[in-house]
Design a protein around this ligand. Structure first.
Ligand code: FES
Length: 165
């Protein structure tokens, strides 16, 4: 008999885990970013198709690939839905808590899955502006908490796996 206790996932998380929206790579993506570590499998790749209209950068399409848990898949899926049609500036303001709220809550042990999804998005935004050599005034020069936590987590994972090689 298994001693594992199932996590209290919301119905929305379970639904998106079973039927994720916008899953898969995008051939004509404007930019792609990955967060997490391939070493442990907790990883998300985000693909964005961005079009510039009236000086605004609009997310036309967003897709993802996930190599993480159910919460990782659900948060990435809801993120792609929430950012679609928004400008990068609007979408930048979406926090990991917004994703968790949209999903009907996340177990505390799974907060980092949502942080990873937002971290991947913010990384994609910075990569996009680096690519076109622009820095809009709304984009903070310093890393946000979510970006820092994503980097910290990646470092921890790398260290852990190196130690156990
Ligand atoms: Fe690591 Fe969910 S992505 S536990």
């Amino acid at each position: 008999m298994s001693s594992r206790i199932p996590l209290p996932y919301s119905p929305k998380i379970l639904e998106l885990f079973r039927n994720p929206k916008n899953l898969g790579p995008m051939k004509d993506a404007t930019i792609q970013a990955t967060a997490g570590s391939p070493a442990c499998g907790d990883m998300i790749s985000l693909y964005l198709k961005i079009k510039r209209e009236n000086n605004k950068d609009i997310i036309e399409k967003a897709t993802f690939e996930s190599y993480g848990c159910a919460a990782n898949i659900a948060t990435a899926s809801i993120l792609t839905e929430m950012i679609k049609g928004k400008t990068l500036e609007e979408a930048w303001k979406i926090s990991w808590k917004d994703l968790a709220n949209q999903l009907g809550g996340l177990p505390a042990i799974k907060f980092h899955c949502s942080i990873l999804a937002v971290g991947a998005f913010k990384r994609a935004v910075r990569a996009y502006y680096n690519k076109i050599k622009e820095h809009p005034s709304w984009l903070p020069k310093d890393l946000t908490r979510e970006e820092k936590q994503t980097y910290e987590e990646e470092e921890l994972i790398e260290k852990f796996y190196k130690k156990n090689e």
